[in-house]
Design a protein around this ligand. Structure first.
Ligand code: ADP
Ligand code: MG
Ligand code: MG
Length: 253
């Protein structure tokens, strides 16, 4: 079974005021089949962690490492990371004008597997995954995320997850902007992937609501670019009651 290890990760971004250190030593180990929730206030660096794992060029890793089964992910190009089994559902999914969802999915699947999927089985898989996510068939022929509502974009990220079958998925605020029905549908999709492929999940969220549907094995509280506290699911319940104030006071002292 696979393991994703993040060790003493330091990440900075180039801003107008110069280089800004955002991640200040993140340690996190996720085994295949485990779900880790990362919770934290806005601006604590959660999305930066997600982008660093995915290899976004704006986020410069200034220290530490990310190992997938002992292999250095930081040495891999973005497409190599996807081929190695890493997947990112973005907080703000990007629109891709001129590329239909169906073509995008097929191209991504082909790139990841190293060969094109057999057409009939693939069409069936796409149709079934869309039905599971309560997506109208018309979404296959529309351009990727173009004109999609916030909730439709989030569903579309999970559609990719279900079809591309990664080993580890980073879900960045997949719950934000979803009503309860959509949240259930999306959570069911993630849970199916967990059952079917033993997916490891890094579930980034500001709120505890999604954790009622996707049960975390571990909870990490992220404050000011570091893991400030870790525990089991009970830690999420504590955050639900107390909020992040306790941590923020500590961080500014
Ligand atoms: P979170 O996802 O926890 O809300 P982010 O990782 O988005 O936090 O942001 C952490 C901090 O880094 C914030 O202060 C944010 O303004 C800053 N930051 C993130 N990305 C950029 C960027 N591309 N340019 C400038 N600042 C950034
Ligand atoms: Mg944010
Ligand atoms: Mg974010």
């Amino acid at each position: 079974s696979s393991v994703l290890e993040i060790k003493d990760l330091h990440v900075s971004v180039e801003t107008e005021q110069g280089q800004k250190q955002i991640l200040k030593g993140v340690d996190l180990t996720i085994k295949q089949g485990e779900t880790h929730a990362i919770m934290g206030p806005n601006g604590s660096g959660k999305s930066t962690l997600a982008y660093a794992i995915a290899g976004h060029p704006r986020y410069e890793v200034t220290g530490g490492s990310i190992l997938l089964d002992g292999e250095e992910v930081l040495d891999m190009e973005v497409d190599e990371r996807a081929q190695a089994g890493l997947f990112l559902a973005m907080q703000y999914p990007v629109e891709i004008p001129g590329v239909t969802n169906a073509n995008f999915l097929r191209t991504a699947k082909t790139a990841i597997d190293g060969e094109a999927p057999a057409i009939r089985g693939w069409m069936k898989d796409v149709k079934e995954a869309m039905q599971n996510l309560r997506m109208d068939e018309s979404f296959a022929s529309r351009n990727v995320n173009e004109g999609f509502s916030g909730g439709e974009k989030k569903r579309n990220e999970i559609l990719q997850l279900e079809l591309l079958k990664p080993r580890f998925a980073v879900l960045d605020e997949t719950d934000s902007g979803l009503d309860v029905d959509a949240l259930k549908v999306v959570s069911e999709g993630v849970n199916r992937a967990k059952e079917q492929t033993g997916l490891g999940v890094l579930l980034i969220t500001h709120y505890t609501r999604i954790l009622r549907y996707i049960k975390p094995d571990f909870v990490h509280v992220f404050v000011d670019g570091r893991v400030a506290e870790e525990g089991g699911p009970e830690l999420a319940e504590r955050l639900e009651e107390e909020g992040y104030d306790r941590f923020l006071t500590g961080a500014s002292a």
